[in-house]
Design a protein around this ligand. Structure first.
Ligand code: GLA
Length: 373
């Protein structure tokens, strides 16, 4: 009798384990057609029991993130285009928003498009006035990555050649997008054969009410940052690490994004809203930010091991870009939380270093977790 009981218990356990296996993330690949220049694009769908994410090998773009609201209704919470050609055209037009893109070799700006390393000066491609932005005009956002399905996700690989956009060293970059339950995890790994600098991030534009649904000014934001890096008129950090206390930059307790965005504050004027790097408190994997949208009940929690996060309220969107379904995206249609090293670090030895040397392995992780309240 005990024998049969044991067998039954084992069968139940086995069924339970099989159930857990079934709940694995399903990953599928489909054609994304061809870019206007003829290259074939692949789109990967990562589907768990809680969310669905689409990633494209062109630009390493996150195309969509579908998550439930407090009533279980699914919506796509990131801005973008309907077709890969939309991303291609935006990459070749003025005022590129970098929707969902993998950013490199250097996220955000490097002043005067130059820096020195080991006593040698490097000139970079200018694409933001005198400065370089997001790796230059042919940064990682406009490259075709090699995609490979891995458990729970997709791995994208790209070799950035020595001298590309002015940066030294052959840099091999591997980015893994994986989905587990309600979490999208991004792992960045890079190695080089010459001393170089790098700053990798993802440029997703979140609107937790669903993309195309108004602005994010009513979202409640918490940032685990007691300091930020003020900027000059070119949005280059001055070098100061300024306490947020008593300023509209204090999100250590939740505030709506719109509460102080119009305040009479020099930094908000220079950024045309929030477009600043926040210095994250603590070290190692820790919570960086939480966004709560009272309308849908959706909550986004960002965890990272990076020293900073660029909080950008899509101030350069002005309704002239038509996104998914032909919807015009107005100013403040979304917010970006770009986990990163500080902008212009190669010209600020006092900032955490962005240098990578041969034999070293750069590794960084950011997790976007979606829940409801
Ligand atoms: C970053 C920058 C902004 C802007 C966007 C892209 O967030 O800090 O100034 O360039 O990228 O539009």
């Amino acid at each position: 009798m005990t024998y049969y009981k044991n067998v039954v218990v084992m069968l139940i356990l086995f069924a339970g384990m099989a159930g857990a296996l079934v709940a694995r993330t399903e990953v599928a690949e489909r054609s994304g057609g061809k870019l206007p220049d003829g290259r074939a694009v692949a789109i990967y769908t990562l589907k768990s029991d809680k969310m669905e994410v689409e990633v494209m090998n062109y630009g390493g773009d996150v195309l969509s993130i579908k998550v439930p609201d407090k009533n279980g209704k699914m919506a796509d919470v990131v801005l973008g285009f309907d077709d890969p050609s939309g991303y291609y055209e935006a990459n070749h037009a003025k005022g590129n928003p970098y929707f969902g893109a993998l950013i490199g070799r250097y996220g955000n700006r490097i002043a005067h498009a130059r820096f020195s390393l080991d006593g040698k000066e490097y000139a970079l491609a200018k694409n933001n006035g005198e400065n370089t932005l997001h790796g230059g005009p042919n940064g990682f956002h406009s490259q075709l990555w090699t995609g490979e399905i891995i458990p729970d996700g997709v791995q994208l690989k790209y070799l950035s050649k020595d001298g590309e956009e002015g940066y030294p060293g052959n840099l091999t970059v591997t980015v893994k997008y994986t989905v587990k339950g309600n979490e999208l995890k991004i792992d960045y790994v890079a190695t080089t054969d010459k001393d170089t600098v790098l700053n990798l991030t993802n440029h997703s534009y979140f609107n937790l009410s669903g993309q195309g649904n108004g602005t994010i000014l009513g979202d409640e934001l918490k940032l685990n940052a007691s300091r930020f890096t003020p900027v000059d008129a070119g949005l280059i950090p001055t070098g100061q690490l300024k306490p947020v206390a008593g300023t509209p930059f204090d999100f250590t307790k939740a505030h709506t994004v719109g509460e102080r965005i119009q305040a009479d504050d020099e930094q908000l004027k220079l950024g045309h809203g929030y477009d600043h790097n926040f210095v994250l408190d603590g070290k190692g994997m820790r919570e960086a930010a939480e966004v709560y949208d009272p309308a849908s009940g959706r909550v986004l929690t960002v965890t990272t091991d990076q020293p900073g996060v660029q909080f950008y309220t899509s101030n350069f969107l002005d309704g002239s870009l038509s996104g998914k379904g032909g919807v015009a995206y107005p100013r403040n249609a979304a917010l970006c939380l770009e986990t990163q090293y500080f902008p212009d670090s190669p010209n600020h030895p006092e900032f955490p270093t962005t240098e990578l040397k041969p034999g070293e392995k750069f590794h960084s992780t950011t997790i976007f977790r979606f829940s409801t309240r």
